[in-house]
Design a protein around this ligand. Structure first.
Ligand code: G3P
Length: 219
């Protein structure tokens, strides 16, 4: 399972990269705005800075909603670095653009996916990744993990190569359940990734080992 970090914060991206388990980064316009990144030159420079840190795919989202401008924006983003994956919303014009990018060999991430029908369309258009938002489905009392299961079944039925990128991950249990289902990728905050480290028995056990060692050494 690939681990992507879902942030535009360079410090957090560095911390995850330094841990040695990072496979990529996803961003979106809200995450860029949260870091105060506005205006085209700053946005472009920020994507370049992210690409310099991470070994792996970096999703950069278009903000256009019509085919011509999605293509124009996406092609410019893809030229920045081979790591860039053009993130395109699941709308009619977006599906057409994904098909176009796919024929040009440009990697895509179809975002804002909330149903298996949308995921089926993304795969048929040739998306590299599909991003079902499981946390946001849970927020409205819908089974986000159930959607990952359904998409896995559908994609396996037809051997679609589109990778399931479980997005809107909120906590450790989401990551574990996605791994059990067989999501190809998960993208989540640094807190969820670091949360995988934690177990009280690990902390207690280590404290005991160190105390016993110190006692035996006469410290
Ligand atoms: O990048 C898209 C997705 O991961 C957003 O997550 O937490 O804003 O629902 P969230």
């Amino acid at each position: 399972m690939k681990f992507f970090i879902d942030t535009a914060n360079l410090q957090q991206i560095k911390e995850a990269q330094d841990l040695g388990v990072l496979d990529g980064v996803t961003t979106n316009p809200s995450l860029m705005a949260k870091e105060g990144i506005t205006g085209e030159p700053n946005i472009i420079n920020h994507y370049k800075a992210i690409c310099d840190i991470v070994d792996g795919d970096v999703s950069a989202e278009v903000i256009s909603t019509d085919f011509d401008n999605i293509v124009r924006e996406g092609e410019a983003l893809a030229k920045l670095n081979d790591k860039i994956v053009v993130k395109v919303p699941m709308i009619k014009e977006g599906v057409k653009a994904i098909k176009h990018f796919s024929s040009q060999g440009i990697k895509t991430n179809c975002t804002l996916v909330f149903s298996s029908g949308q995921a089926l369309l993304a795969a048929k258009a040739g998306a590299t990744y599909v991003s079902p938002f499981i946390g946001r489905l849970d927020d409205v009392s819908t089974d986000g993990l159930g959607l990952i299961e359904d998409i896995r079944l559908i994609y396996d039925n037809y051997n679609y190569e589109t990778q399931i990128l479980a997005a809107s991950i909120r906590h450790v249990t989401h990551i574990i359940e996605c791994a059990k289902i067989g999501a190809d990728v998960m993208t989540g905050p640094l807190s969820a990734i670091l949360g995988l480290l934690k177990h009280p028995l690990t902390d207690n056990g280590l404290a005991q080992f160190l105390a016993d060692h110190a006692k035996a050494a006469g410290k």
